[in-house]
Design a protein around this ligand. Structure first.
Ligand code: FEO
Length: 401
């Protein structure tokens, strides 16, 4: 038998049998410049169990890994921790090959899987928080994590190995041949995990905090986090959980993210001067021109910020399409605890700044100031931009204390 598509042994009974998607660069609007993985896990005891599957097109690769450990027909149970189709797309095909006795999911999971796969019969059974599954030498305990990040989402915990199968939570879009996070550069792991949190879990931060409190109160011991994307954590678990708490709390920092687009350079000039003012006032600024920045990278930077400052020229009585794109996207992610400002240039109508203010206010961002410039900013305009930046800088420094 050839050597490729090998499983990776995580513990005495648990194997990674997922797939690496080196090619994906867009994940429903989120840029995945480092690709991703779809993780599935095989538990080998007297009762062989598969946790999650993969995208439908990757099923042969996953089955090849499974076949190196057991005969696929030996799988008696499949657990679906999350019904989104990057994890369940392969389920009907796998079920038809394996013919498992049972497929377990949360109540909402059963409903969601039926709604996705109404063309085929699946032996779906509901489990709820606290239910257990006896696998002989191992046990699985289920915990529903509704809206983290879908209604069906749940965790599966194996106490004997102190192993948490956490589906999307604690995951990241990162394709790597390494299966453990401690074998990947820590900066990359932190960055990709933060990006995943900012773009997938941020709107549910209040629920994340409740879940973290619950995990802490239950004194659940976790030595391994086997997530559904990216490498598995087997070290520094407290740090990983600590990052989630920090991101969920969204405490403001002294950093302003300035996003803008420009037509003939006027709005760009204003952005740079506002940034200088912010530094002068005691804050920090990161300028992200939307002509070359991705919305999901803006969301990531905003995770560690205290202000969102937005600039756009007026185009046909409106804002630039690139600015509408990023603002609609950020609004959906519901960031908290931010202050903001709006700025931009115009020729005659000049509506863009008012539109930006509207977007920011809909996001519950406390808009501190705005500045409109006709055609090209003169020295007095730029001085006003500078002053606007200084005031923002003071406020950022104050809020981040
Ligand atoms: Fe990785 Fe929510 O799917």
């Amino acid at each position: 038998m050839s050597d490729f598509f090998q499983p990776v042994k995580l513990t005495d009974t648990v194997y990674w049998v997922g797939v690496i998607d080196w090619d994906v660069r867009d994940f429903h609007g989120y840029s995945t410049m480092r690709g991703t993985t779809y993780n599935a896990y095989l538990i080998v005891t007297d009762r062989v169990t598969l946790i999650d599957t993969v995208k439908e097109s990757f099923v042969p690769e996953m089955m090849s890994r499974i076949s190196r450990i057991v005969s696929p027909e030996d799988i008696s149970c499949i657990i679906s921790n999350h019904a989104e189709i990057d994890h369940s797309g392969g389920l009907p095909r796998v079920a038809s090959m394996v013919k498992p006795d049972r497929i377990l999911a949360s109540k909402m999971g059963v409903r969601t899987l039926r709604e996705h796969f109404n063309h085929c019969e699946l032996n779906l059974e509901e489990v709820k928080t606290g239910d257990t599954l006896d696998l002989g030498t191992r046990t699985l305990r289920f915990m529903e994590t509704r809206m983290l990040h879908w209604p069906d989402s749940m965790f599966t915990y194996m106490p004997e190995e102190k192993l948490l199968f956490s589906q999307d939570a604690f995951g990241m879009h990162l394709a790597t041949a390494e299966r453990f996070a401690d074998l990947v550069g820590p900066t990359i792991v932190y960055r990709e995990m933060a990006k995943y949190y900012a773009n997938i879990l941020l709107p549910y931060s209040d629920l994340v905090l409740k879940l973290l409190d619950h995990l802490e109160a239950s004194k659940m011991k976790i030595d391994i986090i086997a997530n559904d994307h990216g490498p598995v954590f087997r070290r520094d678990i407290a740090n990983v959980i600590g990052w989630y708490r920090q991101w969920a709390e969204q405490k403001p920092t002294n950093l302003a993210i300035i996003v803008y687009d420009t037509m003939w350079g006027s709005t760009q000039k204003m952005a740079k001067v506002i940034a200088d003012g912010i530094y002068k006032g005691g804050g920090r600024a990161l300028i992200m021109p939307m002509g070359g920045s991705h919305r999901s990278d803006v969301a990531t930077e905003l995770l560690h910020a205290g202000a969102l400052v937005v600039g756009s020229p007026t185009l046909n009585n409106n804002i630039f399409p690139t600015m509408a794109d990023v603002l609609v996207y950020l609004k959906g992610l519901r960031p908290k605890n931010l202050i903001g400002a709006a700025f931009g240039s115009y020729g005659w109508g000049g509506e863009a700044v008012a539109h930006i203010r509207g977007y920011l206010e809909e996001m519950n961002i406390d808009v501190q100031s705005e500045k409109r410039v006709k055609y090209v900013p003169d020295d007095a305009d730029l001085d006003e931009c500078y002053q606007m930046g200084i005031t923002l800088g003071y406020r950022l420094a104050e809020n981040s204390q």
